[in-house]
Design a protein around this ligand. Structure first.
Ligand code: PLP
Length: 396
C-alpha cells in the first residue's frame, strides 16, 4: 500500500515537464531549430567562470574536510561569509546563527512551511504564484489559501489579502521578482501589505510571517532592485537560492535566513532546523557551501536575459498581444486574446511554440513564456508568433 496523495503527486507530471518533453520529441521530428520552447525556467546563461575556478581551488583542499559532513546549518566559513555579505548589503546586522544552508529554495520553503504548520495552519499564496507551492505544502497538512491576482499591475490586492486572513493564518508567501509575472513588488505595495499583516497579527494574537522566496533576487532590470522585505516587515523569513542567480540549479544550494528582527526568531530558526531534519536534511552539499561563501560578490550576467525580455515584449506587443512587462526574473506573461489560456497554449503548440498556461499559477487567462532561451531562438520564432497573432485577428 502507498499513500495515495503522494502516489498521485508522483504520477501526475507537471504541465511544464509535459511541454518540455513534448518539445524534445517534436524536435526529433521536425528539427530542433523549428521548435520554440519557452516552457522551462532552466538558466540559459552559463555559471560565471569564477564558479569553476573556485571548485578547482577547493579540490586542492583536504578531501576529508571538503567532502565531509558539515553542521546541519552549514559550515562556519559559509555562514560567516553569507552573514557578513547580507549585513553589508542590507545595512542590518545578520549573524551566522541566522543562516541555515539548504539544498536550494525548494527545501528551504518546505522546511519553513513544515516548521510553522501548527494545527489548522493556513498559508496565503499570492496569485500568480509558483506552481510548486501547493506541493511544498502537501506534507504539512496546512491549507493553502489563494489570494486572487491583480491582473492589471500584478502587484498585490492587499484588501483581498486582508479578507482571507483568519485566526489560523500563519504565513504569506511573497515571491519578488515573481515567477511567473516577472514583476517586482514595489515598496508601496510591501508597506501596504506590512500594515495589514501587522494589524491582523495584533488582532489574531500571533505573528503572521512572510516567507520571502527569493531565487530571483538579483535578476532585476532597468536599474531596479527588489526591496529588502525585513526592513519593511520584520517578521520575514528569507528563502534564497543560487539556482538561477549563479545558473547552477543542479547543484542544489541555498539558505534560509531568520533575521533577529523576526518575532521569536530563535524558536523559529530551531523549528526550521528541526523540520529540515525531519525531512531528511543532513547538510547542504559541503563543496557548494564553500563555493558560494567565496563568491558573495558574484552577480548574474543579465545581458542575454535583458535582451530577450525586451525583444519578446516589444515584438509581441507590436503584434497586438497584451504582455506583462517583466522587471525581473526570466519569465513573461501574455494574456490569451480570447481569455482561454489552455486554448492559447494549444494553438501556440500547433505552431511549435511551447508556453505554459498560468492556470496552475493561480492566474487563468494568461500564458507564461520563459525568456531564459537563446536570442536566436526568439528571432526564429517571430514568424510563428505572427501566425499566432493573425489566427486571433490581432493587428500587428
Ligand atoms: N521558488 C520559485 C519562485 C522558483 O521559481 C523556483 C524554481 O524555479 C524555486 C522556488 C525552486 O528553486 P530551487 O532550485 O532553488 O529549489
Amino acid at each position: 500500500m502507498v499513500v495515495e496523495r503522494y502516489h498521485q503527486m508522483g504520477v501526475a507530471k507537471s504541465r511544464i515537464r509535459v511541454l518540455f518533453e513534448y518539445g524534445m520529441a517534436q524536435a526529433a521530428k521536425v528539427g530542433k531549430e523549428n521548435v520554440f520552447d519557452f516552457s522551462i525556467g532552466n538558466p540559459s546563461v552559463p555559471a560565471p567562470a569564477a564558479v569553476a575556478d573556485t571548485v578547482r581551488e577547493l579540490l586542492e583542499m583536504d578531501p576529508i574536510a571538503l567532502h565531509g559532513y558539515t553542521p546541519a546549518g552549514g559550515c562556519a566559513e559559509a555562514r560567516e561569509s553569507i552573514a557578513a555579505d547580507l549585513t553589508k548589503r542590507t545595512g542590518t546586522k545578520i549573524r551566522p546563527e541566522n543562516i541555515f544552508f539548504t539544498c536550494g529554495a525548494a527545501p528551504a520553503m518546505t522546511s519553513c512551511m513544515q516548521a510553522l504548520a501548527v494545527e489548522n495552519a493556513e498559508f496565503l499564496l499570492l496569485a500568480p504564484y509558483f506552481s510548486e507551492y501547493p506541493a511544498y505544502a502537501a506534507s504539512t497538512g496546512a491549507k493553502c489559501v489563494v489570494v486572487p491576482p491583480d491582473t492589471e499591475h500584478f502587484q498585490v490586492h492587499v484588501d483581498e489579502v486582508e479578507k482571507r486572513i483568519t485566526k489560523n493564518t500563519q504565513a504569506i508567501i511573497v515571491n519578488s521578482p515573481n515567477n511567473p509575472s516577472g514583476v517586482i513588488y514595489s515598496v508601496e505595495t510591501l508597506k501596504a501589505l506590512a500594515e495589514v499583516l501587522t494589524r491582523k497579527s495584533e488582532e489574531i494574537g500571533h505573528p503572521i510571517y512572510i516567507f520571502s522566496d527569493e531565487p530571483y533576487r538579483e535578476l532585476t532590470y532597468d536599474g531596479l532592485d527588489a526591496p529588502y522585505i525585513p526592513s519593511i516587515y520584520p517578521n520575514t523569513i528569507i528563502c534564497y537560492s543560487y539556482s538561477k542567480i549563479l545558473s547552477m540549479p543542479g547543484e542544489r544550494i541555498g539558505y534560509v535566513c531568520v533575521p533577529d528582527c523576526c518575532a521569536d526568531s530563535e524558536a523559529v530558526y530551531a523549528a526550521i532546523a528541526g523540520a529540515a531534519r525531519a525531512l531528511g536534511h543532513v547538510c547542504a552539499p559541503s563543496l557548494w557551501q564553500r563555493v558560494v561563501a567565496r563568491n558573495t560578490a558574484l552577480r548574474p550576467d543579465l545581458k542575454t536575459y535583458d535582451q530577450n525580455r525586451i525583444t519578446l515584449y516589444t515584438e509581441l506587443t507590436k503584434m497586438g498581444f497584451r504582455c506583462v512587462k517583466p522587471q525581473g526574473a526570466f519569465y513573461m506573461m501574455v494574456a490569451a486574446p480570447d481569455g482561454d489560456s489552455e486554448g492559447f497554449s494549444d494553438r501556440a503548440k500547433e505552431l511549435n511554440i511551447l508556453a505554459v498556461p498560468c492556470d496552475g499559477f493561480g492566474c487563468p487567462g494568461f500564458v507564461r513564456f520563459s525568456t531564459c532561451v537563446s536570442p536566436e531562438m526568439i528571432q526564429r520564432s517571430l514568424p510563428s508568433f505572427r501566425k499566432l497573432a493573425a489566427s486571433y485577428g490581432l493587428n500587428g
